[in-house]
Design a protein. Sequence first.
Length: 278
Amino acid sequence: MSDAQKSSILVTCMKGRVLMGYRRYFFLLLITTCVILLAGCRTKEPEKDFFANEPPMEELKPKKPTESYVVIDKNYTEHGISITYPQVTGLPDDDLEHKINSLLENDALEGALRFYPDKTDLTMEVDYAIVWQGSRILSIKFEGYAYVEGAAHPNNLFYTSNIDVPNGKKIYLDEVAKIDENLLAKLRPNYVGSISEEQLPEVLDIILDRNALSLLEQADYAQTTTDSAYSYFTKDALGISLPAPYVLGSHVEFELPYREISDNLKPEVHIWSDFDIR
């Protein structure tokens, strides 16, 4: 046998071995693929849901008492009159937001203008301060002055607006606190102002006279005279404003710590949840 024939036979044998190798490879690949496909076709048992009895995640989150809101300025101007007052924005309930803003606007304008039906020769400037902005109550103080040309002196203005935010209603002192001699007695030691210590006892004797209790009972309601009482709410205290002579600034304020008057507060009223009254 020639060398050429031997080489041809060798090449043929090698091709055969390579071909057998490929056949084995494809056979193994086919078997593996089938196994995978069969495994995938098996009926899958449902996984055990360990949270099947748990409420949806959103139900687990604590609910907010009232969504947050922003207070912005609005201004009323007419001739010599300028009244800046608050409006709320950002509440998800448009009707509630409109109701609250109407109350704030009405309180701001009526509180300043109701004693001045004739605006001729009237100069007035009123601004506001947020005393408390919470989820259940918004408490506003208005301060300013009014002067009618030719008058002996200007009038100092002070009034408030307290809003039950979730319900869109005004808050009156007698709705949230018991008005009695005990509450009246707490005013004297909780005066806040600039009257000197020497003059204070005599001044308080004048202001906290027999009429003071009646003023507290009517606090925050529409008044027909300038001798009106108002309430407001701070973080730690119930504020009370009583009328005073012009030489004393026309009004004086007292701030009674909630914990000192807890017996007079009506705990069932929801607004007290905004504060630590115990």
